[in-house]
Design a protein around this ligand. Structure first.
Ligand code: BTN
Length: 251
């Protein structure tokens, strides 16, 4: 099996590394990484845009042949892997399913998408790490970057290589083996959650497919990404209330 990042395709500008990866999924091999210094149509979850004016490390990993099982854990595995790569610089929490946050602000966004080419299923894991917004406006009030958090910007390729090898490990591990580290890093456990149907409860744990187990008045409910909103994790600037962040993923 090829390692993540072989080959590594680098561009100054793309519409979106995820979109490029999907367009080229037929001809690119398992493990290929597509990286761009800037994106003209960077995509986030729930149809949102991802803007990062030369301020980030942005790449997408193509997985074919062997997708981690169960596949719904892919976004959570990505969060764990990138968290591990960033551990040399900063200690991140994971906002279920896959945002990395520090001091209540978002440092990393992840968009996992799936597709089919021929008879083969594939997945694209898109990762955006905020390195340094400088004087550029933050895309959302609750975004942060590594410069603000650590006073320095790591070498882009060094961080990328660390992420590739951490992703290699989390893709190859069983979810059962990863779950204790995910639990320990997950900032939602013990916090309130609003389900799509209006019920509210407290996030208690995660199950074997990466769903959030929410204790509601009428019992324990397992929710997948996109079926609930986790509350009160992001520290918002003025005008903020509940973070109300949608948590859907493409998987
Ligand atoms: C989110 O938090 O909403 C997910 C953001 C994912 C952004 C990354 S940047 C690299 C890759 N290409 C994209 O168009 N999106 C992902």
């Amino acid at each position: 099996m090829r390692a993540i990042g072989q080959p590594l395709l680098q561009f100054d500008e793309l519409d979106s590394t995820n979109s490029y990866c999907k367009r080229c999924a037929v001809r690119l091999p398992h493990g290929a990484v597509v990286m761009a210094r800037s994106q003209t149509s960077g995509r986030g979850r729930s149809g949102r845009a991802w803007t990062s004016p030369d301020a980030g490390l942005m790449f997408s990993v193509l997985l074919k042949e062997e997708l981690p099982s169960p596949v719904q854990t892919l976004p959570l595995r990505c969060a764990l892997g990138v968290r591990e790569a960033l551990a040399a610089y900063v200690d991140c929490g994971i906002k279920w399913p896959n945002d990395l946050i520090v001091d209540g602000k978002k440092l990393v966004g992840i968009l996992c998408e799936s597709g089919v080419c021929g008879a083969e299923a594939y997945a694209v894991c898109g990762i955006g790490i905020n390195l340094d917004f400088g004087s550029a406006p933050r895309p959302v009030s609750y975004a942060t970057d590594l410069r603000v958090l650590t006073g320095r910007v790591p070498d882009r390729m060094e961080l990328a290589r660390a992420a590739f090898s951490a992703l290699d490990r989390v893709f190859a591990s069983s979810w059962t083996a990863l779950l204790p580290s995910y639990r320990a890093a997950c900032v939602n456990l013990g916090r309130s959650v609003r389900l799509e149907d209006g019920r509210e409860g407290t996030a208690e744990d995660l199950d074997e497919t990466g769903r959030l187990l929410v204790r509601c008045e009428d019992g324990l409910v397992a929710v997948g990404a996109g079926e609930c909103q986790v509350q009160g994790v992001y520290a918002l600037g003025s005008g903020g209330g509940s973070d109300g962040t949608s948590v859907s993923s493409g998987l």
